[in-house]
Design a protein around this ligand. Structure first.
Ligand SMILES: [Zn+2]
Length: 381
C-alpha cells in the first residue's frame, strides 16, 4: 500500500518565483478554459488539446505538463460537483501557485530546494530544519513540490505494509469535541472548543469590516480566513496525532462516518449560519478526517468509513430510537438507558465498523466459554 504525506514551510519568494507562480496560474486557467469548452476531463485528451496553447508561455515544459495535470484534477472535481449542483461556479485559479512533479532537486547538504527555471540554472529556495528532518525519513520518495506566495509544500510517499487490526477505534466528531469508543470498551474525549473559539473570533472580525469595496473585503477575508484556518488546522493536528499514535500502539483500525455533504452537520445542529459558519464547520470536519486518514495510512493502519445515517438517533444497545434529554444525553425508549449522545454515536459507528472488518483477535478472546444455547435451558426444565 502506498501512503502519502506532505510537509510545509513558509518562505519568501523572489521576483522570479513570483512571476513563475503567476505564469503557472495563467497556464492552469488556459487549460481549464480548453477543458470547459471542449468538455474534457481526461489527462490525455487535455494534453493533446491544451499543450499547443501553452506554447505562448516562456516556461520550461515541466511546468506545462504539470499545469495540464493540475487543471485535469480541477475539471474532474468541477464535473463531479456540477452533477450534484448545476449552479456550481466555473473553476478559475485566482491565487498564484505552482506544482511540479519534475525537475526539482532537494539538496540536503546545502539545505536547499532547487526549482527548475532555465536549463542548468535552477532557482534555490532555502529549506528549514523541520522540513529537512521530515524528508530525512528512510524509504520515502519525494513526489512533488507546490508553491504559493507564502508557503512551499513537499509531498512524499512510501510503501507501507497494511496491519491486520487487533481492534477498532471509532471516532465521532462534534462541534466542540471528538469522542472515541473502541472495541476494548474504552472511551476517550478530546476537547476542540479552542477551534470553535477561533472561528467565533474570525466571524467577529469579519462582521466589523465596514469596507464596501468588494475586492478589498474579499482580500481581507481571505487573509484572516487563511490565518485562522491554519490555527484550527494545528488544533486538529494535535488531536489527530494523538488518535493515530494510540491506534498504532495497539494496532487498531480507525472507523469514521462517511461525510456526505452537509447532511451530518445539519443533523448535529451545527449548520446554523447559512454561509460562513457552515462552510467553516464543514471544512474542519473534512480536514480532521483527512488528517486522521493520511496519518493512519502512513502507519499501515486500516481506515474504515461507515454510513452515518441514524448513528446519533438510535440506541447503540438495542437500535431503538432515542429521546433527547438535558445535557446532551439521550434516553432509550426501550431499554431505558440514559447515555451521552456523543458516546452513543461513537458506539454506533464502532458497531458498524465491526460488522465490516475482520479483526485479528488475540487468542484468549477466541477461546472463551461456550455460550448457553436456548435449547439447553429447555432441556433442563
Ligand atoms: Zn435501547
Amino acid at each position: 500500500m502506498r501512503a502519502i504525506k506532505s510537509v510545509q514551510q513558509n518562505y519568501t519568494p523572489s521576483p522570479e518565483i513570483l512571476r513563475m507562480l503567476d505564469e503557472f496560474r495563467k497556464m492552469m486557467n488556459t487549460c481549464i478554459q480548453v477543458g470547459l469548452v471542449e468538455n474534457l476531463t481526461s489527462l490525455k485528451a487535455l494534453t493533446r488539446r491544451a499543450y499547443r496553447q501553452l506554447a505562448a508561455y516562456d516556461t520550461m515544459s515541466y511546468y506545462k505538463i504539470c499545469a495540464i495535470s493540475q487543471a485535469t484534477g480541477i475539471l474532474r472535481n468541477y464535473r463531479k460537483a456540477g452533477r450534484k449542483n448545476p449552479e456550481t461556479k466555473q473553476p478559475y485559479a485566482r491565487r498564484p501557485q505552482l506544482t511540479t512533479c519534475y525537475g526539482f532537486k532537494i539538496r540536503t547538504k546545502e539545505r536547499l530546494l532547487q526549482l527548475p527555471f532555465k536549463p542548468k540554472q535552477p532557482l534555490p529556495i532555502p529549506l528549514n530544519a523541520h522540513v529537512l528532518r521530515v524528508l530525512a525519513e528512510p524509504e520515502i520518495q519525494i513526489r512533488s513540490v507546490t508553491l504559493t506566495e507564502e508557503q512551499l509544500s513537499i509531498s512524499y510517499a512510501k510503501e507501507v505494509k497494511p496491519i491486520q487490526p487487533h481492534g477498532l477505534i471509532a471516532i465521532d466528531r462534534n462541534l466542540d469535541n471528538l469522542t472515541a469508543a473502541d472495541s476494548d470498551g474504552r472511551l476517550t474525549r478530546w476537547n476542540l472548543a479552542k477551534a470553535t473559539e477561533i472561528k467565533a473570533l474570525y466571524r467577529e472580525i469579519r462582521s466589523h469590516m465596514q469596507r464596501n469595496d468588494a475586492r478589498i473585503r474579499r482580500r481581507v477575508t481571505e487573509k484572516y480566513g487563511r490565518k485562522q484556518r491554519e490555527k484550527v488546522k494545528q488544533i486538529l493536528h494535535d488531536a489527530s496525532k494523538q488518535i493515530v499514535l494510540d491506534a498504532k500502539r495497539r494496532q487498531f483500525g480507525i472507523v469514521m462516518e462517511k461525510l456526505t455533504g452537509i447532511r451530518k452537520l445539519y443533523r448535529k445542529g451545527n449548520w446554523q449560519g447559512r454561509d460562513y459558519r457552515g462552510m467553516m464547520n464543514s471544512w474542519s470536519y473534512h480536514e480532521l478526517q483527512h488528517q486522521i486518514e493520511y496519518k493512519a495510512q502512513w502507519e499501515g493502519l486500516q481506515v474504515i468509513y461507515v454510513n452515518p445515517a441514524g448513528t446519533s438517533a438510535k440506541c447503540s444497545i438495542c437500535g431503538c430510537r432515542m429521546k433527547p434529554e438535558e445535557n446532551r444525553t439521550l434516553k432509550c425508549q426501550s431499554c431505558r438507558v440514559s447515555v451521552d449522545r456523543d458516546v452513543n454515536a461513537a458506539r454506533n459507528i464502532l458497531a458498524r465498523g465491526m460488522r465490516l472488518t475482520p479483526i485479528a483477535l488475540p487468542l484468549e478472546a477466541i477461546v472463551r466459554e461456550p455460550q448457553r444455547q436456548p435449547w439447553k435451558s429447555m432441556d433442563a426444565s
